[in-house]
Ligand binder design. Structure first.
Ligand SMILES: [Zn+2]
Length: 105
């Protein structure tokens, strides 16, 4: 199906190239390849993100025998974790916060 469409397109490209110069054939071809490559890499990014989302478990409350803190290296802010929604650390001051788990006795 795609091949049948390709044969007249090649014919048109040769005619245009002969009459108007090959830059009129090569430039759109190059643009098409770039567009395809861009869409392909974008699709890969989106599927990666979806895959990551699927991996993350459902939110669960943190146990009472330990407490987890996230602290910011930049400004010293500390955050107490109550419910863990994802395994990734939250961000502060434009960077990931550091995790610290304290065991309570
Ligand atoms: Zn901070």
């Amino acid at each position: 199906m795609f091949l049948l469409l390709l044969i007249p397109l090649i014919g048109v490209a040769i005619v245009v190239g002969m009459n108007f110069g090959w830059q009129w054939v090569l430039a759109p071809l190059l643009g098409l390849f770039l567009l395809r490559w861009l869409l392909g890499s974008l699709r890969a990014l989106v599927t990666d993100a979806k895959h990551l989302e699927a991996q993350e478990s459902t939110p669960e409350a943190v146990g009472t025998d330990e407490r987890t803190l996230f602290w910011c290296e930049e400004c010293g802010t500390e955050v107490l974790l109550l419910v863990r929604g994802t395994s990734r650390a939250p961000s502060h001051c434009g960077q990931r916060m550091h995790e610290r788990t304290e065991i309570l006795s």
